[in-house]
Structures are given as structure tokens and as C-alpha cells.
Design a protein around this ligand. Sequence first.
Ligand code: ATP
Ligand code: MG
Length: 321
Amino acid sequence: MNGSAARQTAAEPASAAEISEDTTSPAVDDATPLAAEAQEHVDLARRVQATARFPKPAETRVFVVANQKGGVGKTTTAVNVAAALATKDLRVLVVDLDPQGNASTALNIDHTEGTPGVYEALVDGTDLDELVRPCPDLPGLTVLPASIDLAGAEIELVSLVARETRLDKALQSYLEDCEDAGDRIDYVLIDCPPSLGLLTVNALVAGREVLIPIQCEYYALEGLGQLVRNIDLVQRHLNPRLEITTILLTMFDARTRLSSGVADEVRKFFGDKVLRTAIPRSVRISEAPSYQQTILSYDATSSGALSYLEAAREIAVPKES
Ligand code: ATP
Ligand code: MG
């Protein structure tokens, strides 16, 4: 499986900006001519467009998108995988559990200070159906927004009863209400902040599956041991059904040995939990949030959009044997 990440990453003609992003590594892959890259892009487009809809899971799948390392692509992954699933006819809820509110921004949901959101659910016990908002651009996608008010929650939660299980309680009751109303949510993606504090613990208690985005950069693996140990602790003491099921390599640059090296290490450690698709480093992906868009609406045919669609397909469609 090693090395397959390079093959599975959609090729996009590199812009000057992208090329200048990595001048430190001399390792340019001469074996991947532009024509082959273009062909890969076409093949990937064909593959992701071939499926008009993904199957509904037997029960709601709740993913915690976590990695305490900052800037590794947690939010980008949460919003784009969510958007990809929603475009394939599934009902998806994104829970923005980061006071930075980046997922809310990317999905064009108001989250100015004082906007009710996940803070009210955690601290005041407000029902989620009063707080969840539809994403204006994507039918089927809803968002529990976060505003900067959430920054205080980490401290306020400490003195509250059942401080680790408050999100779980709120989410389960909301999911049951949706199901009773005949409007079952298929996927929930919880976007965690870059820390292992009480907010992330609440997410790990509320979730069933952990999705860890790993940036294909030096130091990528540092801190992973601690993350895995924390997940293990939560699993043993608070949520026995929690499991790391999905690893996604992000900001993969097929032209560098560094990216391939990190990908190989990650695959050695996590085996087939690592999605075959790696998300390429792409300027288009990083531009999309400033237009309050996901990559799927910002540039639907770009390598970034196709890769997130393919990653979502790997998550949603059971593996062929
Ligand atoms: P934080 O820990 O602060 O919450 P994060 O892990 O959620 O960060 P993101 O916000 O998703 O990380 O990404 C960090 C930065 O990298 C953002 O500016 C984002 O636009 C950019 N980025 C994410 N994925 C890619 C990619 N595949 N190619 C290029 N830029 C990317
Ligand atoms: Mg984030």
C-alpha cells in the first residue's frame, strides 16, 4: 500500500505559488510527467462522478475530527468531507466545537459573538434543535455553530456536573428527535479545537469514530502518541464504543520525498485505517474559506474537491474485498 498515496492524490497543474511553497526539498518526482498527472485527474473525476449517491449507513455515524496539533487540516477536512457526503444525498450535521469558529465560517453560518451555538448547548443545556442552522449553500447539511463565547466554556465546564458528557447527551437527544421526526441524520462530524482539553473530551465521549487528519510535514507524527493515549483513556473510562477508524493524509505534495516519507510512516503505524486518498496541498483548498465556501462549491472540478469526494466515498461506501 506504501506509495499509493501519490497515485491516489489528484493531480492539479501546479501554480507558481504552490511550487514556491516547498523549496526546501530537492526531491521532485520526475517519474510523474504532467500528462500522467492530467490523466489521473480525469480518472479521479470519473470515479467520483460515477456515484450519484452514497448509501445511508445503518445508523448515524458520529465522527470526531481530532488532532491536538494545530493547522493540520481538521476544519478543512470536517467541512469538506461533510459537504461531499451532503452532495451525495446524505443528511449531515457539522458540530463546530472550536471557539475559532472556522467550520462555521467555511459553511457560511453566522457565528458573531453572542450567536447561540454549541456554547449554549454545553453550558446552558439548550436543545440542539434551537441552535442547529441549515447551511445556505448545501441542502442536507446543517451546522451547530461556534462563536468566540465558546472560549470560556473550557473553564466553565470544569465546575459543571457531568462535564465530560454534556455534548453526548445533547447530541443523542437531538439525533433521536430527528429520527422520530423521520429525518434521520446520517453523519455527524465534530470539528475539534487544537487541544486535548474538555471540549475535545466532550467530542470523544459523543463520538463513535475518530478521524485524524495528519499533515504530510515534518513533525507530523509528534504528539500522535499522546492523542492515541488520550483516545484510549476516554475509550476505557467514558466511551467504550470509541474507535480510531479513519486517518486522512492532508496537504500531500507528490513532488516531495518528505510527503511520501510521512505517508509511509503513517501507513506503517495505522495500516488500513489510512484512507488510500490523500488530500493534495492546493491553493484552491486554502482559498475557499475566505469566500465562505467549501472546495466543492468553490471549485468543483479541482483536485482538492475531487480528493475530498473520493475520501468521503472511501468513508461511506463499504470496501470492496
Ligand atoms: P486548527 O488547529 O487551528 O483548528 P486545523 O487543523 O483545523 O487548524 P485547517 O484550519 O483546516 O487546520 O487548515 C490550516 C490551514 O491550512 C488553513 O489555512 C487551510 O486553509 C490550509 N489548508 C488546509 N488543507 C489544505 C490543503 N490541502 N492545501 C492547502 N492548504 C490547506
Ligand atoms: Mg480548525
